[in-house]
Write a protein that binds this ligand. Structure first.
Ligand SMILES: [Zn+2]
Length: 122
């Protein structure tokens, strides 16, 4: 039963809207999600403070878009590496001692294929 691939663009869109959400979707279980959530909380505090101090709304928009873009790129990469990991696992199940890229037989446990240089561990 092949595992479901993650949509990179969906991951990017999620993270653009809610920081850390795309990472969560992309199967990341480490600190990054926590950082995204903490950033969101700080952002809300900042938003309230700016409303009180009457800061121009364009400044919020710029910060929001900037952090959203960084988070989106990050999620896109996370979804990509998630898919790569699945592809690698599937290839290993089919042919445990062969390179998933060039099909050359592999001895030992190298990080890269000695024939084509394909990354064998993630
Ligand atoms: Zn290879």
């Amino acid at each position: 039963m092949p595992q479901v691939r993650k949509n990179r663009f969906l991951a990017a869109i999620y993270s653009f809207l809610v920081w850390g959400l795309g990472e969560m979707y992309a199967g990341v279980t480490n600190l990054k999600i926590g950082i995204g959530v903490i950033l969101m909380i700080f952002w809300l505090f900042y938003l309230v403070t700016c409303f009180i101090l009457n800061v121009h709304p364009l400044i919020f928009a710029l910060i929001y878009i900037l952090v959203g873009c960084i988070s989106a790129i990050d999620s896109y990469r996370d979804a990509d590496s998630f898919n790569m990991r699945i592809k690698l696992e599937e290839a290993r199940r089919r042919a445990p001692n062969r390179c998933p890229n060039c099909g050359k037989e592999i001895t030992g446990n190298p990080r890269f294929c000695p024939n084509c240089g394909y990354k064998l561990v993630i």
